[in-house]
Design a protein around this ligand. Structure first.
Ligand SMILES: Cc1cc2nc3c(=O)[nH]c(=O)nc-3n(C[C@H](O)[C@H](O)[C@H](O)COP(=O)(O)OP(=O)(O)OC[C@H]3O[C@@H](n4cnc5c(N)ncnc54)[C@H](O)[C@@H]3O)c2cc1C
Length: 811
């Protein structure tokens, strides 16, 4: 074993082998894999190893396409061919109209990535899968690429190719400790000696938290026991004369695929179990958990009803093994929050199908700083302080129980809630608020018109449409108030704050005390990394002159890492997070000033406190910091209040609002209003795949200022011309919004993708943002958008159709 390598990957399952191989493919060959036992001796060896192209976002579809193409290449390698049953085809079943809507939308998402799915009816499902009955079945989604692979051969093939490229693979070498040095390099301690390296990668599967503990990290990953069995031969399979497609059933939570002349049947039972929560036996290797078919009886009955032939078939073998889950079901692939030179590829619950793609995107991040797709859906920094092991376990159970039941738009599942609350949460719930969650924070979605009001989840406009319409009307004609919990807020102090921010932002950063600005941060490729509000707080009895950096709730760890990693050793800047100690109350509407003035001393006139101002003050008796900014397009104030004073500020504003019929509103109304106003959402519309010019943020870039992160790359991109342009579309239907990921068409070809959409209640327009081919970005261009998979005519309109002169916000 060498004592030095540029990267050490810990773990030799599919995650580690794929990461190692892809690092060599990206040009880094001084890399090493260290495995405590044999390759694939963790979860990988006993995996059902199904490989599907299905995903709910373009990134997931794209990375699975990479897996499939790679696996086909490995299958066809004459020197080491891997057993891969590609193209058996697979059906995801549905028995509700809402599930069918989802499949139609996901088929459109896949089409944008060059992947063709079909949505088929129940009879067609039965025609393609000769074992199934059509009882209680509406239809399904057909994935023609579906199949399965030999997991051990796959890992050996990847390790073999990596070795041929120069990588070293060390088996039977447990990693026992990790030491990070002052220059951020590492020493990896193993039972066979130490290895010095620049970067470590945790690919430890269900032992990822043992490796995490060696660097002082608790990853939000929990393991579940997961069972499948193999049946004896089934005559109907032999009679079919072709391989039987895979099945995935959200009605009864099982999957099946052909295995020799019988079936492999796997279960996601409701009575499920976490595994290894209190430590894992060090001898658990190449091992399984005890069988327990008793607890899958509920699910098994559903499988019997769908495939009656199973009732006459014996069971040949049972497999029960640990499978890892995260808080939202997607893995953690990327930089470990709060650490330098440390990455992970863990929490994979479909690692055989996805592992090829995850290793590829991880290697790109390590070598180039960024992958070719926006990787937020798998970014380890998307969970923040709430991601405890206890919450992870609850969410893992919930996710396991809903394995094939995708989230509907606006669905916020109940496990692990409430996790993060403010002193107002219970007050707002008592006022009728329906709460959603953002990064673990309870946040008002809308105010229920009656206590028993219930939303029908789905992809079409539903009963909440009118509720939101009323909230928007109250805000735009009078005044509304909402709480924005968990908004990310850093306080920056020190002599070099402004020069530091100048380097981080691609545009002008306002430096004047008392003023507020919005800015964008780029990565080294000139692509969009972040969006933040900068407020310059003058020196006061609350502290010296300082800057508040505000950004999306979910960006807390991401932005902190990005800012910290760019701070130079000689720069006088201290960054402190205030995210958990302050909460925002938003007052919005033409009468917002009247309410503010009634609740707070001082001159709040337009002249004394114009748009984009910041002032420290009191709301009633509560100390507060008021920003004159608006996300709704109405005159609005963000009122930042320490949590211990939040109730007092709320009470004062409610009292002052009585004379003006102040109404509460929620995030759904904000979403509708912000699309009408041309405002974007980070990680929905603002993606690392595109630069600020492509994202229609030209006015926030200042190419003639001094150097800033990403400037050289951006200048080159400007010279090369845009690849896409973000446009606003008005869509010709009142039935449903265009959902993120839907395809945009022109002349029979896909020319773009929707990022987000919503109904604009003030303009009466069904609006969406989409990245399209730049030639088709002119106003009035007629395009076609898939709305739940069906083509609907749309028109490019000027962005921000509501109050284009900004008169209302500046009033
Ligand atoms: C019953 C079952 C069925 C499944 N079916 C499918 C399916 O159909 N399709 C699909 O895509 N996925 C499926 N999965 C999930 C899939 O198998 C996993 O996502 C995948 O195998 C995880 O791979 P991994 O490399 O992350 O972890 P592992 O395979 O567990 O690899 C981690 C490795 O790290 C090593 N390691 C740990 N600690 C150390 C240390 N300190 N030093 C050195 N090495 C260390 C371990 O020995 C191990 O080899 C299934 C899982 C189960 C349990």
């Amino acid at each position: 074993m060498r004592d030095q390598a540029r990267v050490v990957v810990i773990g030799g399952g599919i995650a580690g082998c794929s990461a190692l191989y892809h690092l060599t493919q990206e040009g880094w060959t001084d890399v090493m894999l260290i495995e405590r036992d044999e390759l694939t001796s963790g979860t990988t060896w006993h995996s059902a190893a199904q490989v599907t192209n299905f995903g709910m976002t373009q990134t997931m579809v794209g990375l699975k396409t990479h897996s499939i193409n790679l696996y086909k290449e490995l299958r066809d390698d004459p020197e080491y061919p891997v057993g891969y049953n590609y193209g058996d085809g697979g059906i995801r079943l549905a028995n509700t109209a809402e599930q069918m809507d989802g499949y139609r939308h996901f088929a459109s998402v896949a089409a944008g990535m060059g992947v063709e799915f079909e949505v088929i009816d129940a009879e067609e499902c039965a025609r393609r899968h000769p074992l199934i009955s059509t009882d209680n079945l509406l239809g399904g989604l057909w994935d023609p690429t579906d199949g399965h692979i030999d997991p051990a051969q796959l890992c050996q093939a990847l390790a073999r190719r990596a070795r041929l490229a120069g990588a070293e693979v060390n088996r039977h070498t447990p990693v026992t400790g990790l030491t990070q040095h002052a220059d951020s390099t590492w020493t990896v301690h193993t039972e066979k000696g130490d290895v010095k390296c620049e970067i470590v990668v945790n690919a430890g599967g269900y032992r990822c938290n043992e490796i995490g503990a060696m660097m002082g990290v608790q990853h939000p990953v929990a393991s579940m026991e997961h069972q499948y069995f193999l049946t004896e031969d089934i005559p109907a399979i032999a009679e079919a004369g072709h391989r039987i497609p895979l099945l995935r059933c959200p009605i009864s939570d099982y999957y099946s695929r052909q295995e020799k002349g019988g079936l492999l049947l796997g279960f996601y039972e409701q009575d499920c179990r976490t595994w290894g929560m209190d430590g894992i036996d060090p001898h658990f290797t190449n091992a399984l958990c005890p069988d327990d078919l008793e607890r899958v009886t509920d699910v098994l009955e559903g499988a019997f009803e769908r495939m009656p032939a199973l009732m006459e078939t014996g069971i040949r073998e049972i497999v029960n093994g640990p499978i890892t889950y995260t808080i939202d079901g997607a893995p953690l692939v990327g930089p470990i929050p709060g650490k330098r030179n440390a990455y992970c590829i863990i929490g994979l619950r479909a690692g055989l199908g996805e592992g090829g793609g995850h290793g590829w995107l991880l290697a790109q991040q390590i070598v180039h700083g960024e992958a070719q797709y926006d990787t937020w859906v798998i970014d380890p920094r998307r969970f923040t302080g709430h991601a405890t092991v206890e919450l992870t376990a609850l969410k893992a159970i919930e996710d396991y129980q809903n394995e094939f039941r995708f989230h509907f738009p606006h669905e916020h599942r109940p496990a692990g809630r409430p996790m993060k609350t403010t002193p107002l949460t219970t007050v707002l719930v008592a006022e009728g608020a329906e709460m959603g969650t953002v990064n673990g924070w309870e946040r008002v979605d809308y105010i229920k018109p009656t206590p028993d009001f219930k939303e029908t989840l789905g992809f079409r406009f539903n009963e909440v449409h009118d509720v939101v319409a009323a909230e928007v009307k109250a805000v735009s004609t009078g005044v509304g108030m909402t709480e924005v919990s968990g908004f990310n807020r850093f306080e920056l102090t020190g002599h070099d704050v402004h020069s530091f921010l100048d380097r981080m932002f691609c545009g002008t950063v306002t430096k004047r005390a008392g003023r507020v600005g919005l800015g964008y941060l780029l990565n080294d490729h000139g692509l969009l990394k972040g969006e933040a509000t900068v407020a310059n707080l003058p020196a006061s009895d609350r502290g010296p002159e300082r800057v508040w950096y505000g950004s999306a709730a979910a960006s807390e760890f991401h932005d902190m890492d990005w800012l910290q990693s760019h701070l130079r050793a000689d720069e006088d800047v201290t960054i402190t997070s205030l995210t958990n100690s302050q909460t925002i109350l938003v007052l919005a509407g033409p009468k917002a000033r009247d309410v503010l003035a009634a609740a707070s001393r001082g001159d709040w006139s337009r002249e004394a406190f114009p748009w984009l101002s910041v002032r420290e003050t009191h709301i009633g008796i509560a100390p507060a910091t008021v920003l004159g900014v608006s996300f709704s397009g109405e005159l609005a104030y963000e009122i930042h209040v320490p949590n211990e004073n939040l109730h007092a500020a709320y009470a004062a504003l409610r009292k002052a609002g009585q004379a003006h019929d102040l109404r509460l509103f929620g995030a759904r109304a904000v979403d509708s209003m912000r699309v009408e106003k041309g405002f974007l959402h980070w990680k929905a519309d603002i993606l690392t795949e595109f630069d600020p010019f492509e994202t229609a943020l030209d006015r926030f870039v200042k190419l003639d200022k001094g150097d800033f992160i990403g400037k050289a790359a951006l200048l080159k991109r400007v010279k090369d011309g845009p690849q896409v342009k973000l446009v606003t579309l008005a869509i010709d239907t009142e039935d449903a919004p265009a959902h993120g990921g839907a395809s945009v068409w022109y002349d029979g070809a896909i020319v773009g993708t929707v990022t987000s959409g919503d109904w604009g209640h003030r303009t009466g327009l069904n609006l969406a943002y989409a990245f399209v081919n730049p030639d088709l970005a002119q106003v009035d261009t007629a395009l076609t958008v898939d709305v739940i998979g069906a083509p609907v005519s749309a028109r490019v309109i000027a962005t921000g159709p509501y109050d284009p002169s900004y008169a209302r916000m500046r009033a």
